[in-house]
Design a protein around this ligand. Structure first.
Ligand code: HEC
Ligand code: HEC
Length: 227
């Protein structure tokens, strides 16, 4: 291939990735961070034991899905685990300055954010190679339906949660998605919010005045958001 053609091909290959590449950041130590996807993948090996190889979550919903979440949200939570502002006992050995310096926080957050979890494993009707099929099947996050009155849950959600968590539950920047998140994990977070162990915007107004049936209906609706 002629040199100019190689330049064109290289530019085409680099094009979309370069456009999406996160902006460099000046770290507390004065060094400049630029995104290193290889490093993100390496760090994720440690996290995979709990959160799954592609950040799809696991443990029957004890370990949240992390893939496709906004990088700023992921990085902020990791900093809070490190400072212990947000308690997370299983992650204590991993969320330290030594194990997870700021550059690693940024690499792993951007690595996870770039994995968009499909809602379903690929259908057998779609032709693709076996490796790709297996990868997509592992990445898929499909939330089983929770029992309850979906319509009543929708009303509650639209009235009290949608404003921040989005019409379709996809979240927005530092407001995390509720769709495609394991309901067991979400429920546990509500307990933490209600007992003041984790802060939540407008917690008094939004979280407290609800009956058990309201919560049941809310989760029933939230569990349909990824259908
Ligand atoms: C030993 C198991 C374990 C390992 C290893 C682990 N985590 Fe976690 N992680 C958890 C648990 C449990 C929670 C949920 C804590 C809670 O309920 O508040 C969590 C929560 C999180 C959250 C918060 C998600 C949200 O929606 O707010 C992030 C981000 C996260 N982990 C990132 C990581 C990263 C990155 C790594 C690897 C460096 C990692 N975790 C390794 C167990 C683990
Ligand atoms: C005023 C904005 C706002 C409203 C309204 C709101 N939330 Fe949130 N919610 C947030 C923010 C911001 C966070 C992330 C908190 C943090 O930074 O740790 C969050 C986090 C959560 C989480 C934890 C998700 C995770 O991945 O860890 C759950 C569960 C949750 N909200 C449920 C609800 C429900 C249910 C409603 C409606 C009854 C609701 N929220 C209404 C702003 C809001």
């Amino acid at each position: 291939m002629r040199a100019w053609a190689m330049v064109v091909v290289a530019a085409m290959l680099a094009g979309p990735a370069a456009a999406d590449a996160p902006a460099p950041v000046t770290l507390p130590n004065g060094k400049t961070w630029t995104y290193d996807a290889e490093s993100g993948r390496d760090i994720m090996r440690t996290c995979a034991a709990c959160h799954g190889e592609y950040g799809e979550g696991g443990g029957g919903g004890v370990y949240p899905r992390l893939s496709g979440m906004h990088p700023d949200y992921l990085a902020e939570q990791l900093r809070r685990f490190k400072s212990r502002e947000r308690e997370n006992i299983p992650m204590i050995p991993y969320a330290t300055e030594r194990e997870l310096p700021e550059k690693d926080v940024l690499d792993v957050s951007h690595y996870l954010a770039a994995i968009k979890p499909p809602r379903h494993p690929p259908s057998d009707a779609v032709a693709m190679d076996a490796f790709e099929r297996l990868k997509l099947a592992k990445q898929a996050v499909q939330i089983p339906r929770e029992p309850g009155d979906v319509e009543a849950g929708r009303k509650l959600y639209d009235g009290e949660c949608m404003e921040c968590h989005g019409r379709d539950g996809q979240g927005r920047v530092r407001k995390p998605p509720l769709a495609q998140q394991h309901v067991k994990y979400l429920r546990a977070q509500i307990d933490l919010f209600l007992t003041g162990r984790r802060p939540h915007d407008d917690v008094d107004e939004l979280i407290r005045p609800k009956t058990e049936a309201d919560w049941r209906n809310l989760w029933a609706y939230v569990s349909t958001l990824d259908d």
